[in-house]
Design a protein around this ligand. Sequence first.
Ligand SMILES: [Zn+2]
Length: 66
Amino acid sequence: MFKNVIAPIQSWLLSKGQCVGCGMPLSKGTRLSKDKTSEKVTCKCGRIFIYDKNEKTYRRALFSEV
Ligand SMILES: [Zn+2]
């Protein structure tokens, strides 16, 4: 039941560039260039996201990318 509620909230937070765990703006996270089009962003709460420079969107990092 909760999963159905949490998933839309998480994608809504990500669409605004905020961490899904603590709500902090990801612009304040630690950024590392991953390749030409993406950056790895580590939030201070430890969650890791991938920022797509072309689409200007965030998504959760996959385990293989951490
Ligand atoms: Zn966070």
